[in-house]
Write a protein that binds this ligand. Structure first.
Ligand SMILES: NC(=O)c1ccc[n+]([C@@H]2O[C@H](COP(=O)([O-])OP(=O)(O)OC[C@H]3O[C@@H](n4cnc5c(N)ncnc54)[C@H](OP(=O)(O)O)[C@@H]3O)[C@@H](O)[C@H]2O)c1
Length: 174
């Protein structure tokens, strides 16, 4: 197993969770928060992003612009993923990003579960609400392993039906 210090590039997870660690329902996000989408865009633009096939399918306009989109799937029809690099394993995904300083894991549940043990950074939007009918979850994070870096709260307003907080963590020992 490769140690954190030998591993390149750095692996950052970016996720929005509700108060039960929920991340999605019926193939979609739990809610529309424009400021969170802006935050996601600012953090990930210019970098590689790794996602599962279902998350790719949830993107309204397909591959996200100005990012190297890497999609994990067993689907052999690569033309189903225009503008994306299609890979069959997380190892293959990381191998295709060797020239990047940082890569972002953008979901969904299956990919978060596989990559959390490898991650160095965590950008977590905590939505201060508990949604119904959630069917996908972020894995439990042992906060003893993570150093809290910063938090910025965004209150509810006319465009944001829920308040939320942007939190950043770094894996201890980095
Ligand atoms: N709140 C958030 O921040 C956030 C972020 C992203 C997604 N989401 C939500 O999460 C939900 C989707 O999550 P999900 O867990 O159902 O799906 P997912 O992780 O997006 O995609 C799962 C699919 O990806 C492929 N895959 C995943 N890991 C793989 C691996 N290690 N090796 C090879 N292939 C792999 C497989 O595709 P094949 O079946 O094609 O082989 C698998 O069926 C949606 O509701 C979405 O909106 C939320």
């Amino acid at each position: 197993m490769t140690s954190q210090s030998e591993k390149t590039p750095r692996v950052a997870i970016i996720v929005a969770v509700d108060e039960q660690n929920g991340i999605g329902r019926k193939g979609e996000l739990l809610c529309h928060l424009p400021a969170d989408l802006k935050h996601f865009k600012e953090i990930t633009t210019g970098h590689a992003i790794i996602m599962g096939r279902k998350t790719y399918e949830s993107l309204p306009k397909g591959a996200l612009p100005n990012r190297r989109n890497i999609v994990l799937t067993s689907d052999k029809e690569t033309e189903n993923y225009p503008g994306c690099i299609v890979v069959r394993s997380l190892e293959e995904a990381f191998a295709s990003t060797n020239d990047e300083k940082i890569v972002f894991i953008i979901g969904g549940e299956r990919v978060y579960r596989a990559s959390l043990p490898l991650a160095d950074m965590l950008y977590m939007t905590r939505i201060h609400h508990t949604f119904d009918e959630v069917d996908t979850f972020f894995p439990k994070v042992d906060l003893n392993e993570w150093e809290f870096v910063e938090e910025k709260r965004h209150e509810r307003d006319e465009k944001h039906p829920y308040s939320f907080s942007f939190q950043t963590y770094i894996k201890k020992g980095q």
